[in-house]
Design a protein around this ligand. Structure first.
Ligand SMILES: CC(C)(COP(=O)(O)OP(=O)(O)OC[C@H]1O[C@@H](n2cnc3c(N)ncnc32)[C@H](O)[C@@H]1OP(=O)(O)O)[C@@H](O)C(=O)NCCC(=O)NCCS
Length: 245
């Protein structure tokens, strides 16, 4: 059995390069072109390093999760729209001195060769500890269900209701959240918005988009809208708000 250790990036900033090499390849390329995220990610790293954890096996990064502390009154109606708005809320709240009460988990990633071994669940448990250690009352997440990209034509509100014969969710990542006590709140519409030129989208997706229309892109939970006349590709991802604490 490898020796496992959980650290925060505030304890081990030296692991940054190794983390990127291990964890960035698990995401589809277009995710790295969300403008809000690109603008704020540096501030997030500076302001909230204790909300950024890594799981190490024998000293090597095998999984990670990060989130942001923000203020939320606990009602579904006042949740941020999703990932982008949670980032904005956390950074502006920090700058305005608004005391946070909620940890919003924005990503969990497991190195490709270590997926399916329970590390994702372990990362969520670690984020609960981050929440309580920071004195926050609640933990929420705009979850990106792992199998949703196979059903980009289906609305998240419908997908959220899909259960197997045993009553558990069809999506293994939603199932993992639920097993740990997470409950579904509601879809997070326009959680993450990615806009680019048609050429950029062709590169990110590894596909040709010869005419305007809506396309299925690998790893995308919703369709990508290509407009060749305006030279714009637009994607608005719907995630699923879940609450743990
Ligand atoms: C989603 C992710 C974090 C899950 O972590 P993990 O350590 O692989 O998951 P676990 O081992 O805890 O397994 C959880 C469940 O998912 C299943 N699972 C894991 N990887 C899977 C995959 N690629 N496809 C389908 N099911 C998968 C497991 O079988 C398990 O289901 P079950 O126990 O109910 O049968 C990981 O697969 C990952 O990094 N994916 C890419 C990034 C991502 O999509 N992150 C989630 C959005 S923030």
């Amino acid at each position: 059995m490898p020796e496992r250790e959980i650290i925060t990036t505030s304890d081990r900033p030296d692991l940054d390069e190794q983390s990127q090499a291990a964890l960035l390849p698990v995401w589809p390329e277009f995710i790295f072109h969300d403008q809000v995220s690109s603008d704020l990610i540096g501030r997030v790293a500076e302001c909230f390093p204790s909300c950024d954890i890594r799981i190490l096996e024998d000293g090597e990064v095998v999984a990670g999760s990060w989130g942001v502390p923000l203020r939320w009154d606990g009602t579904p109606e006042t949740l941020p729209a999703g990932y982008d708005e949670a980032l904005i809320s956390a950074v502006t709240g920090y700058e305005q001195g608004i005391a946070p009460d909620t940890l919003c988990v924005l990503a969990v990633a497991v190195r490709a060769d270590r997926q399916g071994a329970g590390l994702g669940a372990q990362a969520l448990v670690a984020m609960r500890s981050v929440t309580t250690t920071a004195g926050l009352q609640r933990m929420i997440s705009p979850v990106r269900p792992v199998l949703k990209s196979r059903y980009p034509l289906i609305r998240m509100a419908n997908y959220a209701r899909w259960t197997r014969a045993d009553g558990t969710h069809v999506d293994p990542w939603i199932r993992t959240h639920q097993r740990l006590g997470g409950v579904i709140l509601r879809p997070a519409e326009r959680s993450m918005v990615v806009t680019g030129t048609v050429a950029e989208w062709e590169e990110w997706a590894g596909l040709a988009f010869p005419e305007s229309g809506r396309y299925v892109v690998p790893g995308a939970l919703d369709l990508v809208e290509i407009d060749r006349d305006r030279d714009v590709g637009a994607y608005a991802e719907t995630n699923l708000w879940m609450r743990h604490l």
